[in-house]
Design a protein around this ligand. Structure first.
Ligand code: GDP
Ligand code: MG
Length: 163
Protein backbone atom coordinates (compact mmCIF):
# COMPACT_ATOMS: atom_id res chain seq x y z
CA UNK A 1 0.00 0.00 0.00
CA UNK A 2 1.23 3.49 -0.86
CA UNK A 3 1.42 6.03 1.96
CA UNK A 4 -1.33 8.62 1.82
CA UNK A 5 -1.05 12.41 1.77
CA UNK A 6 -4.17 14.58 2.23
CA UNK A 7 -4.30 18.16 0.94
CA UNK A 8 -6.42 20.42 3.17
CA UNK A 9 -7.14 24.14 3.36
CA UNK A 10 -9.85 26.67 2.68
CA UNK A 11 -11.15 27.19 -0.87
CA UNK A 12 -8.97 28.95 -3.43
CA UNK A 13 -5.58 28.49 -1.75
CA UNK A 14 -4.36 26.25 -4.59
CA UNK A 15 -5.10 22.73 -3.33
CA UNK A 16 -6.21 21.43 -6.72
CA UNK A 17 -3.30 23.10 -8.49
CA UNK A 18 -0.95 21.38 -6.03
CA UNK A 19 -2.79 18.08 -6.55
CA UNK A 20 -2.43 18.37 -10.32
CA UNK A 21 1.26 19.19 -10.01
CA UNK A 22 1.87 16.16 -7.78
CA UNK A 23 -0.24 13.73 -9.80
CA UNK A 24 0.47 15.07 -13.27
CA UNK A 25 -1.04 12.98 -16.03
CA UNK A 26 -1.97 10.16 -13.68
CA UNK A 27 -4.89 12.22 -12.39
CA UNK A 28 -7.82 10.10 -11.30
CA UNK A 29 -11.37 11.16 -10.53
CA UNK A 30 -12.85 9.39 -7.54
CA UNK A 31 -16.56 9.59 -6.95
CA UNK A 32 -17.39 6.36 -5.18
CA UNK A 33 -19.62 7.87 -2.51
CA UNK A 34 -21.73 10.62 -4.08
CA UNK A 35 -22.77 13.29 -1.63
CA UNK A 36 -20.07 12.34 0.81
CA UNK A 37 -16.97 12.39 -1.35
CA UNK A 38 -18.24 14.90 -3.90
CA UNK A 39 -15.31 16.11 -5.96
CA UNK A 40 -12.87 14.31 -3.73
CA UNK A 41 -9.99 13.40 -5.98
CA UNK A 42 -7.29 10.84 -5.46
CA UNK A 43 -4.25 10.02 -7.51
CA UNK A 44 -0.80 8.47 -7.40
CA UNK A 45 1.88 11.08 -6.95
CA UNK A 46 5.58 10.97 -7.63
CA UNK A 47 7.88 13.53 -6.06
CA UNK A 48 11.66 13.23 -6.48
CA UNK A 49 11.63 9.50 -5.77
CA UNK A 50 8.79 9.53 -3.23
CA UNK A 51 5.68 7.64 -4.27
CA UNK A 52 2.42 8.24 -2.44
CA UNK A 53 -1.34 8.42 -2.80
CA UNK A 54 -2.60 12.01 -2.71
CA UNK A 55 -6.12 13.12 -1.80
CA UNK A 56 -7.47 16.55 -2.72
CA UNK A 57 -10.20 17.40 -0.20
CA UNK A 58 -11.61 20.06 -2.52
CA UNK A 59 -15.07 20.59 -3.86
CA UNK A 60 -16.62 23.28 -1.68
CA UNK A 61 -15.90 26.22 -3.92
CA UNK A 62 -19.62 26.68 -4.56
CA UNK A 63 -20.39 27.04 -0.88
CA UNK A 64 -20.08 30.17 1.22
CA UNK A 65 -16.30 30.61 1.43
CA UNK A 66 -16.59 32.46 4.76
CA UNK A 67 -17.97 29.55 6.73
CA UNK A 68 -16.72 26.10 7.43
CA UNK A 69 -19.62 23.79 6.59
CA UNK A 70 -19.98 20.77 8.81
CA UNK A 71 -19.80 18.51 5.81
CA UNK A 72 -16.49 20.00 4.74
CA UNK A 73 -15.11 19.57 8.21
CA UNK A 74 -16.40 15.99 8.45
CA UNK A 75 -14.93 14.94 5.12
CA UNK A 76 -11.67 16.74 5.66
CA UNK A 77 -11.34 15.30 9.15
CA UNK A 78 -11.85 11.78 7.78
CA UNK A 79 -9.23 12.34 5.06
CA UNK A 80 -6.75 13.74 7.57
CA UNK A 81 -7.33 10.89 10.02
CA UNK A 82 -6.74 8.30 7.27
CA UNK A 83 -3.62 10.02 5.94
CA UNK A 84 0.01 9.46 6.93
CA UNK A 85 0.59 13.19 6.66
CA UNK A 86 -1.59 16.19 5.74
CA UNK A 87 -0.54 19.20 3.70
CA UNK A 88 -2.24 22.28 5.19
CA UNK A 89 -2.21 24.88 2.43
CA UNK A 90 -2.57 28.63 2.94
CA UNK A 91 -2.43 31.43 0.36
CA UNK A 92 0.70 33.50 0.96
CA UNK A 93 -0.64 36.29 -1.24
CA UNK A 94 -3.92 36.61 0.62
CA UNK A 95 -2.24 36.12 3.99
CA UNK A 96 -3.75 34.20 6.88
CA UNK A 97 -7.52 34.77 7.19
CA UNK A 98 -9.92 33.70 10.00
CA UNK A 99 -10.96 30.54 8.15
CA UNK A 100 -7.31 29.44 7.99
CA UNK A 101 -7.07 29.97 11.75
CA UNK A 102 -10.26 27.97 12.29
CA UNK A 103 -8.90 25.08 10.21
CA UNK A 104 -5.58 25.34 12.07
CA UNK A 105 -7.39 25.05 15.41
CA UNK A 106 -8.92 21.70 14.61
CA UNK A 107 -5.90 20.39 12.71
CA UNK A 108 -3.92 20.92 15.92
CA UNK A 109 -6.12 18.28 17.53
CA UNK A 110 -5.38 15.68 14.84
CA UNK A 111 -2.95 12.82 15.42
CA UNK A 112 -1.77 13.07 11.81
CA UNK A 113 1.46 15.01 11.19
CA UNK A 114 0.78 18.34 9.47
CA UNK A 115 3.06 20.01 6.92
CA UNK A 116 2.16 23.68 6.49
CA UNK A 117 2.49 25.10 2.98
CA UNK A 118 2.51 28.79 2.03
CA UNK A 119 1.39 28.57 -1.59
CA UNK A 120 1.37 31.32 -4.26
CA UNK A 121 4.72 32.44 -2.84
CA UNK A 122 6.42 33.07 -6.17
CA UNK A 123 7.93 36.53 -6.42
CA UNK A 124 7.71 38.88 -3.45
CA UNK A 125 3.93 39.17 -3.13
CA UNK A 126 3.82 36.29 -0.67
CA UNK A 127 6.43 37.42 1.83
CA UNK A 128 4.15 38.83 4.52
CA UNK A 129 1.82 35.83 4.14
CA UNK A 130 4.74 33.48 4.78
CA UNK A 131 5.43 35.29 8.07
CA UNK A 132 1.75 35.20 9.03
CA UNK A 133 1.70 31.46 8.36
CA UNK A 134 4.49 30.94 10.90
CA UNK A 135 2.04 31.99 13.62
CA UNK A 136 -0.40 29.15 12.84
CA UNK A 137 1.45 26.74 15.11
CA UNK A 138 2.86 24.27 12.58
CA UNK A 139 6.38 25.63 12.35
CA UNK A 140 7.90 27.25 9.30
CA UNK A 141 5.82 26.70 6.17
CA UNK A 142 7.12 25.12 2.99
CA UNK A 143 7.34 28.19 0.76
CA UNK A 144 5.73 27.03 -2.44
CA UNK A 145 4.25 27.93 -5.79
CA UNK A 146 2.01 25.22 -7.18
CA UNK A 147 1.52 27.20 -10.36
CA UNK A 148 5.22 27.79 -11.01
CA UNK A 149 6.60 24.59 -9.50
CA UNK A 150 8.73 26.34 -6.87
CA UNK A 151 9.49 24.70 -3.52
CA UNK A 152 9.45 21.09 -4.78
CA UNK A 153 12.69 20.15 -3.00
CA UNK A 154 11.49 21.80 0.24
CA UNK A 155 8.22 19.86 0.01
CA UNK A 156 10.14 16.63 -0.56
CA UNK A 157 12.27 17.31 2.52
CA UNK A 158 9.19 18.07 4.63
CA UNK A 159 7.37 14.90 3.53
CA UNK A 160 10.33 12.54 3.73
CA UNK A 161 10.24 11.93 7.53
CA UNK A 162 6.55 11.02 7.38
CA UNK A 163 6.44 8.61 4.40
P1 GDP B 1 -8.41 25.25 -4.36
O1 GDP B 1 -9.78 25.86 -4.28
O2 GDP B 1 -7.72 25.33 -3.03
O3 GDP B 1 -8.40 23.88 -4.94
O4 GDP B 1 -7.54 26.22 -5.32
P2 GDP B 1 -7.22 26.05 -6.88
O5 GDP B 1 -6.15 25.05 -7.10
O6 GDP B 1 -8.49 25.86 -7.61
O7 GDP B 1 -6.59 27.47 -7.19
C1 GDP B 1 -7.30 28.67 -6.92
C2 GDP B 1 -6.69 29.79 -7.74
O8 GDP B 1 -5.37 30.06 -7.30
C3 GDP B 1 -6.60 29.46 -9.22
O9 GDP B 1 -6.89 30.64 -9.96
C4 GDP B 1 -5.14 29.07 -9.40
O10 GDP B 1 -4.68 29.31 -10.70
C5 GDP B 1 -4.47 29.97 -8.39
N1 GDP B 1 -3.18 29.43 -7.92
C6 GDP B 1 -2.92 28.16 -7.50
N2 GDP B 1 -1.62 28.02 -7.19
C7 GDP B 1 -1.04 29.22 -7.39
C8 GDP B 1 0.30 29.72 -7.24
O11 GDP B 1 1.24 29.01 -6.87
N3 GDP B 1 0.49 31.05 -7.52
C9 GDP B 1 -0.51 31.86 -7.94
N4 GDP B 1 -0.22 33.14 -8.19
N5 GDP B 1 -1.77 31.41 -8.12
C10 GDP B 1 -2.04 30.13 -7.85
MG1 MG C 1 -9.97 22.76 -5.59
Amino acid sequence: RLPTVAIVGRPNVGKSTLFNRLVGKKLALVDDRPGVTRDRREGDAHLLGLDFRVIDTAGYEDEDPDTLPGRMRQQTQAAVDAADVALFVVDARAGVVPLDEEIARWLRGADTPIVLMANKAEGRAGESGVYEAMALGFGDPVVFSAEHGEGIVELFEALLPHL
